[in-house]
Design a protein around this ligand. Structure first.
Ligand code: ZN
Length: 491
C-alpha cells in the first residue's frame, strides 16, 4: 500500500464516511482504507531525511539503536536448523515514523539479508558495519505507521561485549542455544532498534526439530507440527520489552511448570544434566515473588521462570519473564548464592524490565535496585543482615568512585562495575535513611507502577523521590550519584 503520505488525510475521509453513511464497512472489515484514496484533496509536503544511525543522547554506545522511528511490535519467525548452527528467519517490524524519513536504519550484525519490504513493497537496503540501511520506495511521513519485513539467514555470530571481555547475543553450547544480549547483542540475531529507549511487544515463532525444547519470553500460545519432524512454538510477549531482554532457547531443556502467587504461571527450562537435588533451589521463586510484591507492587509481567543453560559467559541475565542462569552456578555453588542471584534477577523484572533505563548511563537504575533487592532478600532469608551488606559496600565504595567516577555516569567498559551494583545499592539505602521507610517504599512502588512499560531517566527518578518525600533532594543526588567522592551514610 502506498498510503504513507496520505494517512492524515485518509483519517479525515474515513471519519467523514463513517458519519455520512451507516452502511460503510469499517476499515477493519474492509481490510483498510485503500478504496477511499480518490477523495484525497490535500497532501502535506514531506521533508524526508535519513533517520539517525544512533540514538540522541546515547553517549556510552553511540551506534546502538537508531533514530527516526519507534517500534511497536516485532514478530520474529526463526527456523533453527536441526544441528542448531544456523537460522532461516523473517523479522516483521511494526513501527511509527517520528520524522519524515527518506531512509532508516536497523541494527544487524552478520547474517545474510535476502530481502527487505516496507508495507509489502520491495525496499532498497545496504549494509555498513552493523547498520542495515533501508530505503523505502516512498518516503515515510511523520506519524506514519509502517511495517518492515526482513528475510535473513545464516549462522548467528556472537557479538563482542563492549562492557567486558567476552561475547554476547545468540550463544551456543552442545546442549542448546540461548541468548544473553545485554547491552548490544540482540543485533546478532535479529534486525531491530537495538536500544532500551525503544521498547516493543514481541511474538516469537520458533521452529526446531521435534526433539528440541523451545522457550522464549512471555507465554506459549501454540505448538504446531511444522512438517519434516519439526515443530513451531509460538510465544507472545505482550508487555513492552527492550531488545536486550529478548530470550530464545532451543535444545535439551526440561520444562518444569508450576503456578505462583495469584496464579502467575511459572515455567523453568533446565538443561538436562542438572540433577534433581541441584534444581530444588528453583522452588524459591514463588517465595521470592511473595516477598517482593508487598515491597515493589504486583509482579508486572505475565509469567516468570529461569532458563538454566550451559552458559559460557559467567553472568546471569534478567531476560524478561525468563531469567538466564548459568548451569555451572547451580552445579557448583550453594543454594544461598544461587538464591541471592535469583532474587537479584527477579527484582530486575520490576526494575530493568517493566521499567527500563532510557540510556545506558542510567544503568544504576537497574543494578542498584536489583542489588538492594538482593540485600533485602538475604536479610529476610537470614543469610546476611542488610546493615552488614551496606557497611561492607560502604567500605569499598570510596575506592570504586575514585576508580569509576560518579554512579550515574559510568564509562562503557565499566557499565557493570561494582559502582553500578553495590555502589548504587548504597544510594538507595541512603535515600531510605533520608526520606524514611514509608516514603522510600512509596517511591519504589510508584517508580514501578507509573513507568510500567516505559523507558526512564535518572532525572525522572530524582523528581519522583522529591515529589513523594516533599523534600528538596538536589544536594542528596548531587552527592550520592553525581559526585566521585563518597558521602557519609545517614544514621
Ligand atoms: Zn543485575
Amino acid at each position: 500500500m502506498r498510503l504513507r503520505m496520505l494517512i492524515p488525510v485518509l483519517t479525515v475521509c474515513l471519519l467523514a464516511l463513517g458519519c455520512s453513511n451507516d452502511d460503510t464497512a469499517s476499515p477493519a472489515e474492509t481490510g483498510g482504507p485503500s478504496s477511499t484514496t480518490s477523495t484525497t484533496t490535500t497532501t502535506v509536503p514531506l521533508d524526508p531525511k535519513p533517520g539517525s544511525p544512533g540514538v540522541d543522547g546515547e553517549a556510552l554506545l553511540p551506534n546502538a539503536g537508531n533514530g527516526g522511528y519507534d517500534v511497536s511490535h516485532y514478530t520474529l519467525a526463526i527456523a533453527v536448523s536441526d544441528d542448531r548452527s544456523s537460522i532461516e528467519a523473517t523479522a516483521t517490524i511494526a513501527a511509527v515514523a517520528t520524522q519524515d524519513l527518506s531512509t532508516f536504519n536497523l541494527d544487524l550484525a552478520g547474517l545474510d539479508v535476502a530481502s527487505v519490504n516496507v508495507d509489502d513493497e520491495p525496499a532498497g537496503f545496504s549494509r555498513n558495519g552493523d547498520e542495515l540501511t533501508v530505503t523505502p520506495e516512498e518516503a515515510l511521513a511523520t506519524d506514519a505507521e509502517f511495517v518492515t519485513r526482513v528475510e535473513y539467514s545464516g549462522a548467528p555470530q556472537p557479538v563482542q561485549d563492549p562492557s567486558a571481555p567476552g561475547t554476547i547475543g545468540w550463544l551456543s553450547a552442545p546442549s542448546g542455544i540461548y541468548v544473553a544480549s545485554e547491552p548490544i547483542g540482540a543485533k546478532g540475531w535479529f534486525p531491530g532498534n537495538d536500544h532500551p529507549s525503544d521498547k516493543a511487544r514481541f511474538t516469537f515463532e520458533i521452529t526446531a526439530k521435534n526433539a528440541d525444547t523451545v522457550v522464549a519470553n512471555g507465554v506459549l500460545t501454540s505448538k504446531e507440527p511444522a512438517g519434516e519432524g519439526r515443530t513451531t512454538w509460538t510465544f507472545e510477549q505482550s508487555d513492552e520489552m527492550a531488545t536486550y531482554l529478548a530470550q530464545v532457547a532451543v535444545g535439551d531443556y526440561d520444562l518444569i511448570e508450576s503456578t505462583g502467587p495469584n496464579g502467575l504461571p511459572i515455567r523453568h527450562a533446565v538443561v538436562r544434566n542438572v540433577p534433581a537435588d541441584k534444581r530444588e533451589v528453583l522452588d524459591l521463586t514463588a517465595a521470592q515473588i511473595e516477598y517482593f510484591e508487598p515491597l515493589f507492587g504486583p509482579f508486572p509481567l505475565d509469567a516468570y521462570g529461569l532458563l538454566v543453560a550451559d552458559a559460557g559467559p559467567e553472568f546471569a541475565l534478567e531476560t524478561q519473564t525468563l531469567t538466564l542462569l548459568p548451569a555451572s552456578w547451580l552445579l557448583n555453588s550453594d543454594a544461598e548464592f544461587t538464591g541471592m542471584v535469583m532474587a537479584h534477577e527477579l527484582a530486575h523484572q520490576w526494575y530493568g524490565d517493566a521499567v527500563t533505563p532510557a540510556r545506558w548511563t542510567d544503568i544504576w537504575l537497574n543494578e542498584g535496585f536489583a542489588t538492594y533487592a538482593e540485600w533485602m532478600w538475604e536479610d529476610h532469608a537470614g543469610v546476611t543482615p542488610l546493615d552488614e551488606s551496606v557497611t561492607d559496600a560502604m567500605g569499598q565504595a570510596g575506592r570504586w568512585r575514585e576508580a569509576f567516577g560518579p554512579v550515574a555516569s559510568p564509562a562503557a567498559p565499566l557499565l557493570f562495575s561494582p559502582n553500578s551494583y553495590e555502589g548504587a545499592g548504597i544510594v538507595l539505602h541512603a535515600l531510605r535513611k533520608t526520606i524514611g521507610d514509608e516514603h522510600f517504599f512509596e517511591v519504589l512502588q510508584r517508580w514501578a507502577s507509573e513507568n510500567d512499560g516505559e523507558s526512564v531517566t535518572t532525572e525522572q527518578f530524582e523528581t519522583l523521590a522529591a515529589d513523594v518525600s516533599g523534600q528538596d533532594l538536589t544536594a542528596f543526588f548531587a552527592a550520592w550519584i553525581h559526585s566521585d567522592t563518597l558521602p557519609v551514610m545517614p544514621a
